[in-house]
Design a protein around this ligand. Structure first.
Ligand SMILES: Cc1cc2nc3c(=O)[nH]c(=O)nc-3n(C[C@H](O)[C@H](O)[C@H](O)COP(=O)(O)O)c2cc1C
Length: 189
């Protein structure tokens, strides 16, 4: 299959979830680059139904990790239950910064807006050599303790925490690019 390989396509191909981070804090310019990519994402009705909370406070990160794992132990999903029961597992992979995505309750479709913003940020991060991982398992925590986390995260009125992404400098090599499954692509001509 012939394809064009420009800078954007190279970044898309090279991005893989990072699950091992160096302890080095993320510098402000790198963080600003990533955040601005999120703020430029498409959104339904142009509502931009997102709010970003950047957490580097170790105590809060550990609280979210341990409470998510506790809920995960009996959540009914095999993978999440395994993560919950693994003592040494950290849902944030010890990343120095975790970005929490919260949705505007009044936006047309804030969940998808936040997802679009996240993908923009994952790609922007890769383009400047920063590692990221989408953290969906934290939805278990945000669904069960919504009110508490709205307060703990100091969210503005009318926003609900949805999911997270880790941000940090990569340690070690990323995984290989996946094989493309063209069987899910159909053409109607
Ligand atoms: C909605 C969503 C939720 C995810 N949640 C997690 C998660 O909680 N923990 C994790 O390690 N990876 C999570 N991932 C990352 C996926 O596991 C990963 O994207 C997938 O295995 C493909 O690997 P790649 O990102 O390296 O290409 C999530 C990805 C998406 C899109």
């Amino acid at each position: 299959m012939s394809e064009k390989l420009n800078e954007v396509m190279k970044v898309i191909k090279e991005r893989r979830s990072t699950r091992k981070y160096s302890k080095k804090a993320i510098n402000e310019e790198d963080l600003n680059t990533i955040i601005s990519a999120g703020l430029m994402a498409p959104s339904a009705h142009n509502n931009k139904g997102w709010h970003f909370t950047l957490v580097s406070n170790k105590e809060l990160l550990e609280k979210m990790n341990s409470e998510t794992k506790e809920i995960a132990k009996t959540c009914g999903d095999d993978l999440y239950e395994r993560w919950g029961n693994k003592e040494e597992f950290d849902i944030f992979y010890h990343a120095p910064t975790v970005l929490i995505l919260s949705g505007d309750d009044k936006a047309y479709n804030s969940y998808i807006d936040c997802a679009a913003a996240t993908e923009n940020m994952l790609l922007a991060a890769e383009s400047i050599g920063v590692g990221t991982c989408w953290i969906g398992v934290i939805e278990l925590l945000f669904r069960e303790k919504t009110k508490e986390y709205k307060e703990l995260l100091n969210l503005p009125e009318g926003y609900t925490p949805l999911f997270a992404m880790t941000i940090g400098y990569k340690e070690g090599n990323s995984a290989k690019p996946p094989k493309l499954d063209m069987s899910v692509v159909q053409y109607i001509r």
